[in-house]
Design a protein around this ligand. Structure first.
Ligand SMILES: *Cc1c(COP(=O)(O)O)cnc(C)c1O
Length: 360
């Protein structure tokens, strides 16, 4: 069996040890005689799986007791609607920081619920940086401030937390959750689709402060009400049981590795290997301000676009796949989530070096 190094932005690489464990437990989970896929979500086996997943996530992220952890569906995209539906309340206004493609989608959905104030935007420089605190024109009467803390397509990451005073900060962390420690207490809501840095597609994790629960706008569907989901332990209906199970295995893998401090150190080292190569010459370029470069998603261009196809074809031949940039920006993109081993990054860097040598 030959495994490739998969640089997809999502669904993305999972830790091989997790996949192997899932394989070993596929037909008979812990002597139950069943696959997790076949279990009742109300049975004691699955109850223990979801409870342990939540406990491990709380430990990894040091989530304070006054926050609920919800295991939902609908992807981060549904949170673009659930956040305003649950948080807008009477204020009917919210601040959004416009950082690129994903922020744009969150903004357009929020406009269906109330007035959206673009508190800051990076549009002036083609979304190549994270707007500074001083650039944010925050509305003190806003219901919340929304930030996309890692723009998966643009490769722009917030390496600091915006200060929003008493207005709750809401973060779309889909593509860098669990890549490093975060101070959860600085946020009102953190959400992330699982398929980038957590587990399989179909699961969305929402971490929400207690006081922000229970204020859904009239007419909000039951399934989209944080309170209904929180009161029912994320099991208002059948949750994505197998995805929760795999996410739980990923949390255990992270704990065994040494937690998020250790993961952050590994991620810094991996990203540096690629950025150092890009910066060492003029053959490869990355458009993002150095202070705001993403450690998870690294877009880059070749000196000559005409070489793109050859680059991708030869990379594939070398077992390095999914390096094509998002269709909206072109060029290349290497997504190097937690589960991308250092050897994968080293193989990519060696390939890029050789490609430059033979085509530069
Ligand atoms: C992938 C992604 C989304 C969309 O996620 P879905 O789970 O497909 O809805 C939203 N925001 C960010 C930052 C993403 O990377």
């Amino acid at each position: 069996m030959a495994r490739v190094f998969n640089f997809s932005a999502g669904p993305a690489v999972l830790p091989e040890a997790v996949l192997a464990q899932a394989r070993d437990e596929m037909l008979d989970w812990h002597g139950s005689g069943m696959s997790v896929m076949e279990m009742s979500h109300r049975g004691k086996e699955f109850e223990s799986i979801i409870a342990e997943a939540e406990a491990d996530l709380r430990e990894l992220m040091a989530i304070p007791a006054n926050y609920k952890v919800l295991f939902l569906q609908g992807g981060a995209t549904l949170q673009f609607a659930m956040v305003p539906a649950n948080l807008m309340r009477d204020a009917k206004r919210a601040d959004y920081v416009h950082t690129g493609e994903w922020a744009k989608k969150a903004i357009s959905e929020a406009k269906k619920y109330g007035a959206v104030n673009i508190a800051a935007t990076a549009e002036d420089r083609n979304f190549s940086y994270a707007p500074a605190q001083s650039a944010m024109k925050l509305d003190p009467s806003a219901a919340y401030v929304h930030v996309t803390t890692n723009e998966t397509i643009g490769g722009v990451e917030y390496h600091w937390i915006p200060e929003t005073g008493s207005v709750p900060l809401v973060a779309d962390m889909s593509s860098h959750i669990l890549s490093r420690p975060v101070d959860v207490s600085r946020y009102g809501v953190i959400y992330a689709g699982a398929q980038k840095n957590i587990g399989p597609a179909g699961l969305t994790i929402v971490i929400v402060r207690d006081d922000l629960i229970g204020h859904a706008l009239p007419g909000t569907p039951t399934m989209l009400d944080y309170k209904q989901m929180a009161d029912n332990g994320s099991m208002l209906n059948t949750p994505p049981t197998y995805a929760v199970y795999i996410a739980g295995l990923v949390f255990k893998w992270l704990k065994a590795l040494g937690g998020l401090d250790r993961m952050a150190q590994i991620n810094r080292e991996k990203a540096a290997l690629i950025y150092d190569l890009i910066d060492s010459g003029s053959f490869f370029t990355n458009p993002v301000a150095k202070t705001d470069r993403s450690l998870m998603n690294i877009p880059f261009r070749l000196k000559d676009d005409a070489l793109d196809d050859a680059f991708l074809k030869q990379a594939k031949g070398a077992g390095l796949i999914q390096l094509k940039g998002h269709r909206s920006v072109g060029g290349m993109r290497a997504s190097i989530y937690n589960a991308m081993p250092r050897e994968g990054v080293e193989a990519l860097v060696a390939f890029m070096r050789e490609f430059e040598r033979s085509h530069g």
